[in-house]
Design a binder for this molecule. Structure first.
Ligand SMILES: [Zn+2]
Length: 64
């Protein structure tokens, strides 16, 4: 079974996804450009299953 690990840009949130995505898309729409800060965004789509996504850390950031 495939296991994908990732995090947000600052590393405060880390996650683990298990299993294969239903589909993958490289999207160039304005929303994906803005949210990624790039010319495109890689999107993975999974069936909604409770145990396929695990948030492994959620660290509160201090904004000083
Ligand atoms: Zn898009």
């Amino acid at each position: 079974m495939a296991v994908y690990k990732g995090s947000c840009l600052c590393g405060a949130i880390t996650y683990t996804l298990t299993g294969e995505p239903v589909t993958t898309v490289l999207c160039h729409c304005r929303n994906c450009q803005k949210s990624s800060g790039s010319s495109f965004q890689a999107n993975l789509f999974y069936k909604q299953e409770v145990d396929s996504l695990f948030i492994s850390s959620w660290r509160k950031q201090q904004l000083d």
